[in-house]
Design a protein around this ligand. Sequence first.
Ligand code: F6P
Length: 385
Amino acid sequence: MPHAKKAMNGKPKKISHAMPDPSRIKRLAILTGGGDCPGLNAVIRGVVRAAVLRHGWEVLGIHDGYDGFLRADTCRKLTSKDVRGLQARGGTILGTSNRGNPLNYPIREGGKIVHRDVTNDIVKRIKELEIDVLIAVGGDGTMKITQALFEKGVPVIGIPKTIDNDLGVTDVTFGFNSAVNSATDALDKLHTTAESHHRILVLEVMGRDCGWIALEAGIAGGADVILIPEIPFDLGRICEHISQRKNSGSRFSIVIVAEGAMPADGKKIYEIEPGMDGRPGRLGGIGRWVAENIGLCTTLETRVAVLGHLQRGGTPTTYDRILATRFGVEAVNLIADGGFGKMVCLRGRRIASATIESAVKKLKRVDPKGQMVGTAESLGIELGR
Ligand code: F6P
C-alpha cells in the first residue's frame, strides 16, 4: 500500500514502500526501548494476548530494545502463557537500552570509536526473522529510530511510554502516573521529618527537560516551592518565600526541583555533560545546588534528597496498568487496520492514534501560562518567577 506523507521539514515527502496486507500477517515483534518505566510488562502482555488470542499471530520479543537486532541473541517467542500475571510487574521482561542509538551507533574502528547509522543492519535482521510488523514501545528517542525504520520501508507501530510524560501528541504516557505517585510519597515522608526538625527539605526528581513530575507531585504532595525547567527561577524569590513562611510561623519548607530546572541567570547542571557525539548527557545536581544556596541565603538548616531511579522502578499504579494494557491492545487493532507508521495515544479518555512523525516533532513541555501552573500559584506555591 504506497502512501504519501509530510517530511519533518513540512515539505511533502513520498514513501512508496509496500506495507503488508493485514490479512497476510503472521508474525509481529515487540521491543521496549529507552529508560524503563512501570507498565512496560503490562503493555507486552496486552500486545501478546490480543495478537495471539484475537488474530492467531506469533509474537517475538526483541531483547534490550534496538540493541537486540544488532547481535545474535536477538529475540525469543512470547506465548500467552509467557505473559501471565505480568500486569503488576515493574521493569520489562525483554530488557531495554537507552544507550547506543542505531542512528548514531558507537563502533570500534581501527582502535578508536566512531559513530555510524546502523539502521540498514536492523532492516536486514527484521527481514531475516520474517517479522511482518514491529511494535516499538518507547519515548521520543525510540520513536525517532522507529520513524527512520518506517521511512526505510519497515511496517511499524509505536506505543508511547516514559515517566517524563514529554512525548507529543498523547495527553499522557504510561509510567508517568507511577512516577508521580512515588515522588508524592517521597514528599509526604519528607514533610514529617522537615516538620519535626524545622528544616528545609529539597527533593530532586527526574523528568529530563520537562517539569511534569515535579509540578504534579509538588501539587499533590503540598510542596511550598516547585522548580521546573520551563520556568527558570530566581533564587532570591525562593529564599524570600521560605523566610516569609518562617516569619509567619511555618518553620519548615518543602522544595521539589526537576533535574532539568535552572536559575534564570545560570544553566542546567549535569552529572555527565552532553557528549560531542550527540549523547544527551546525564542531568543531576540541581537539588544539591538549590539546597546549598537556600541554606546560605536563609541561614536555615537545609537537606537534599535525590529520588533517582526509585521513581522509575517498581509496581505500576492501577492507572498505568490500564493505560498500558489499552495501548497494547489498540496497537494490535491498529495493525489489523493497516495503520502502519502510527503511534497509539490518549486523547481525553479515548485511545486514538497519530503518525509517529507528528509525535516526535516537538517535546510536550509544561506551559508556564497553563492551567496546572496556575493551580500551583493559586495555592501560594512559589515557582521562582
Ligand atoms: O527519560 C527517563 C529518565 O528517567 C529521565 O527522567 C532521566 O533524565 C533519565 O531517564 C535517566 O537516565 P539513566 O537511567 O540512563 O540515568
